[in-house]
Design a protein around this ligand. Structure first.
Ligand SMILES: *Cc1c(COP(=O)(O)O)cnc(C)c1O
Length: 402
């Protein structure tokens, strides 16, 4: 594909590849399970009753469409583009994760599976999964690294309140990567009865495609909303990139609109040394982690690197394969924002707009603080506020001493 035209963008291929990225790198026993999932998913999309149930719950249970809000005071403060915020923080459970969890629980139901498992980092995906499992009366186990359980104690309790068992993972760095490994292990052993609701645009095909499709409501709504409010397409989209689901959800419906610039913001952490950040595009290279090929942070021997971010949801060594491809074809730019810069974003949005964002989303705002003052005044920007900040309050209190 030429770098100039994205009109024929159509990813992934039949095998789930996005150029050299993606695919299915899983134990043999999961190959037929993934094939079944893909078939059921493709059939469901063509089934009117499935689509009607999904759309109905998105509206009345999740609260979609989420608003597109004109951030007047943030716009004035930065003096650049007119800033619109896509308010995924207002979704049921407080983040975009519920969009995907709802889609996948309906697929589990369609497959006749009664047990749900998931992994979680920030706890938001665990909460979203616990929520839909309760809604559909399914047994639910969520794997979570011990360190993340401490960082996100509120979300652990929310999951338990809804009847989910949260299993602490004590291996390795005790964060998201180890939790994903445990969830995959459980799935290999129990796939006949169990569906694994993977939480980001990651893992083996068809997950990156399916998660993207379930999250693309963000971009489809944003597109219609900004056209209605301004009569124009946006000039710029900004979203934070952990595994890559809220960002691909916003970006995907705009990929063919070549006038729309897109920026994905990764966790720059405390510095540039390996282990101090989770910026896969500035520090990673081609590798395989947990089911697919993508940009992966690794040491010179190919060992998966340690990562750091102030936000658990961005703290992961790999990035979704479609982002790796979008980076290669230069359709999306990937930038890094440090812990401190994210905190500036957190403070700015809280004080200027009365919106307390998740630390993940604060990275997108943090980039805007740096970049927007030198961008064209009057142009249109959309920042995705992927979640609300309640879950991060204890951590914030330690850092900001407000
Ligand atoms: C999980 C999470 C993220 C990061 O995950 P993506 O798949 O990259 O979207 C970002 N923001 C919030 C609020 C989250 O909960």
């Amino acid at each position: 594909m030429s770098n100039k035209s994205f009109q024929d963008y159509n990813q992934p291929d039949k095998g789930g590849h996005y150029g050299p990225y993606g695919g299915k790198f899983v134990p043999e026993t999961l190959i037929p399970v993934l094939a079944e999932l893909e078939t059921v998913y493709r059939d469901a999309l063509k089934d009117e009753s499935f689509v009607r149930e999904f759309d109905g719950l998105m509206k009345d249970y999740v609260g979609r469409p989420s608003p597109l809000y004109y951030a007047e005071r943030l716009t004035k403060a930065l003096g650049g583009p007119e800033i619109y915020l896509k308010r995924e923080d207002l979704c049921h459970t407080g983040a975009h994760k519920i969009n995907n969890a709802l889609g996948q629980v309906l697929l589990a139901k369609r497959m006749g599976k009664k047990r749900i498992i998931a992994e979680t980092g920030a706890g938001q995906h665990g909460v979203a999964t616990a929520t839909v499992a309760a809604r559909f009366g399914m047994e639910c186990v969520v794997y979570m690294g011990e360190v993340d359980m401490q960082r996100q104690a509120l979300n652990v309790y929310r999951m338990r309140l809804m009847g989910t068992e949260v299993r602490p993972v004590t291996a390795g760095q005790r964060t998201l990567k180890e939790a994903v490994s445990e969830a995959i292990r459980d799935w290999v052993a129990n796939s006949r009865t169990t569906h694994y609701i993977l939480g980001s645009a990651l893992g083996p095909h068809p997950f990156p495609m399916m998660v993207r499709d379930f999250q693309s409501c963000i971009g489809r709504e944003a597109r219609a909303q900004i056209l209605e409010k301004t009569g124009c397409l946006p000039d710029l989209l900004v979203a934070c990139v952990g595994g890559g689901s809220n960002s691909i959800g916003l970006f995907h419906p705009f990929i063919k609109d070549e006038s729309v610039r897109m920026v994905g913001v990764e966790a720059g952490g405390r510095g540039f040394a390996i282990g101090e950040h989770a910026a896969r595009f500035s520090g990673g290279r081609l590798g395989i982690l947990q089911g697919n090929r993508s940009y992966v942070l690794q040491d010179e021997n190919g060992q998966i690197a340690l990562t750091h971010s102030i936000s658990a949801g961005l703290d992961y060594a790999a990035v979704g394969p479609e982002h790796a491809f979008l980076n290669d074809i230069k359709r999306v730019e990937y930038e890094r924002v440090s812990d401190d810069e994210a905190l500036e974003g957190f403070k700015a949005l809280s004080r200027l707009e009365g919106i307390i964002p998740a630390l993940e989303s604060s990275h997108a705002v943090g980039w805007a603080l740096k970049a927007f003052p030198s961008l064209k005044k009057g142009s249109l920007a959309i920042i995705n506020i992927s979640g609300r900040g309640d879950k991060d309050i204890d951590q914030i209190r330690e850092r900001l001493h407000v």
